[in-house]
Design a protein around this ligand. Structure first.
Ligand SMILES: [Zn+2]
Ligand SMILES: [Zn+2]
Length: 295
């Protein structure tokens, strides 16, 4: 089996009708996953058999609207999603931008760099590397030296930029995210705000990890993904290391656990020793709640 990660910004006239046809296609091929559709395009990740996923890619390439779509492909042993979900939304990636703030990457976006070019640019002097993801994703893994804006959602990014504009506007700015879709808009936003030298990692961290030359070099930790795997190995060089740490003792822990108190369920890092001592809870409050409710 394999899992596909893909997106394309393109004008989609009637997303509702497209959704109905697309659901039929995916169901007939036995795919599971999450797909968002909107007037601005498609964003999806699906798992399925080799045959099913190959047929799916062919179907999208044979549609003139999506013939240029690129797929990132990873092998997997089983479905990575519990079901198939296809939805129509205003935004195909949830950034929470207002209509006024919104960016059309087909009109304005940062220059796309290949993994090799991105690696070289990261090593130049005086560059600013901006992680375009949420903080909990970067806590699991990020590029060495990247700035992780302290924001809970992309909606807060314009405010963050305002505060830091003077430090970064005149420097060379590199942006990256998981598969590239968020940086299409993030880098476009920076250009619109007057930053001149803005670059984005084409295909995101996922493509950077697969590149036969850079092999994920200088990415620390695992790459957070939105499927059953949660974190995936990204750096296949001697620079690989784990950066996430147990919230109780600071030992390094590569993978998130979910808090055992169902009303919390938040993701946190805990090492096997502390797991045994503390139970699978993100805090003593959650442990107490769980005890009250089962005792
Ligand atoms: Zn620990
Ligand atoms: Zn909790």
């Amino acid at each position: 089996m394999q899992v596909l990660l893909y997106y394309l910004y393109f004008p989609l006239e009637d997303p509702e009708t497209y959704m109905v046809e697309h659901r039929q296609l995916c169901e007939s091929l036995g795919l599971k996953g999450r797909i968002l559709l909107g007037n601005e395009g498609i964003n999806g990740t699906v798992s399925g058999t080799l045959e099913g996923t190959e047929e799916y890619m062919k179907a999208l390439w044979s549609d003139p609207r999506t013939k240029d779509i690129e797929f990132k492909i990873d092998p997997c042993d089983e479905h990575l999603f519990p079901k198939l979900s296809i939805k129509v939304r205003d935004e195909i990636v949830t950034l929470g931008l207002t209509e006024e703030q919104d960016i059309d990457p087909n009109e304005i976006t940062g220059k796309r760099l290949s993994p090799r070019e991105f690696y070289e640019a990261m090593n130049e002097e005086d560059v600013v590397i901006i992680d375009g993801r949420n903080k909990y994703e970067a806590d699991m893994g990020k590029f060495t030296n990247a700035i992780v804006p302290e924001i809970d959602s992309f909606r807060e990014f314009p405010e963050w930029f305002k505060e830091h504009a003077d430090e970064i506007r005149d420097r060379k700015i590199l942006t990256y995210c998981t598969g590239g879709i968020r940086c299409e808009k993030l880098s476009g936003f920076l250009k619109k705000e007057g930053c001149e030298e803005v670059y984005q990692l084409h295909g995101g961290i996922v493509s950077y990890a697969k590149d036969p030359e850079v092999k994920g070099r200088d990415f620390e930790g695992l790459c957070y993904v939105f499927d059953k795997r949660v974190g995936v190995e990204t750096n296949f060089t001697e620079t690989r290391k784990i950066i996430s740490t147990c919230r109780y003792c600071n030992a390094t822990v590569p993978e998130y656990s979910n808090c055992g108190w169902p009303n919390c369920n938040r993701q946190f890092f805990i090492c096997p020793n502390c797991l045994e001592k503390e139970g699978s809870f993100c805090s003593s409050e959650c442990r107490d709640h769980a005890a009250e409710n089962t005792g």
